[in-house]
Design a protein around this ligand. Structure first.
Ligand SMILES: [Zn+2]
Ligand SMILES: [Zn+2]
Length: 265
């Protein structure tokens, strides 16, 4: 095994995934309370004591709600860029062990190479990540995973970054009709969600899948679904609609709030 990836939960109300290699275990985002996160780890036979670090994409609560609780664990390191760390820290009384990176750079953590890239979203300095393991040799081939949720549109930079990975986690946030018909959200919020710095619709996610040239993907997760304005069925219908539904990779739509079985890559 080079890497093992488990989505502990993903929706517009909470996001956290576990990525394990031979030499480290990390969380990508921590959008549930510390207590809930410990339970989620428990449910997949893991413990917070074995987690080495948490990597944050941006400061929104559905990605950082657990930082307060997790900051009690002194062995944990929290990786974020300056903008995100500052925004999260401003709401905390304790100071977790921050490790700052610069957006757009590649750095190492144990046996992982991590590259962050800017995404268009209404946060201080939101990023997506590429996690890469292996050195390209026979028994240690390159394996990589891209995390790209919370983006208003797919920029050229994002396209370029996510094309050559084995596993892609991509946002499919809302069904446009369901969002338009929703009565809970005021017009301004709907404008924010569909704006250039909001969230990716099912159609936008499908368009990316359909137009990407020669992706390396083996597995694509469509994640960060809105509980009110989307459904697993809607996402599945949208991505299989039309001519381009024979794909060389597997697609899993992540049901909001459910843990997805581990994927080894
Ligand atoms: Zn989010
Ligand atoms: Zn967000």
């Amino acid at each position: 095994m080079a890497m093992c990836f488990t989505i502990l939960g993903s929706s517009s109300s909470g996001n956290c995934s576990l990525l394990a290699t031979n030499h480290c275990k990390i969380l990508i985002d921590a959008g549930y309370s510390g207590k809930q996160l410990c339970k989620l780890l428990d449910s997949v036979g893991e413990s917070i004591d074995n987690i080495d670090a948490v990597f944050l994409t941006h400061e929104h609560t559905d990605h950082t709600a657990g930082i307060r609780g997790l900051s009690r664990f002194q062995h944990l390191e929290f990786y974020a860029n300056h903008g995100t760390a500052k925004a999260v820290q401003s709401k905390l009384s304790r100071r977790p062990s921050w490790k700052l990176f610069e957006t757009g750079t590649t750095f190492q953590f144990r046996d992982l190479d991590i590259t962050s890239f800017s995404i268009p979203h209404d946060a201080y300095d939101p990023v997506g990540f590429i996690f890469k393991n292996g050195n390209g040799e026979l028994f240690t081939p390159y394996r990589s995973l891209a995390w790209a949720t919370d983006l208003g549109y797919v920029s050229e930079l994002v396209k370029e970054r996510i094309r050559q990975v084995d596993v892609l986690v991509l946002e499919a946030n809302h069904d446009i009709e369901m969002l338009n018909e929703d009565t809970k959200r005021p017009w301004a919020v709907k404008q924010r969600i569909t704006g250039r710095h909001g969230h990716l619709s099912n159609h936008a996610a499908k368009e990316l899948l359909d137009t990407m040239e020669e992706p390396r993907w083996k597995q694509v997760y469509l994640a960060h679904l809105s509980k009110d304005c989307n459904s697993v069925e809607k996402v599945a219908q949208t991505v299989t609609n039309g001519k381009n539904h024979t794909r060389a990779y597997n697609i899993t739509v992540v049901p909001p709030g459910e843990t997805v079985p581990p994927f080894e890559l």
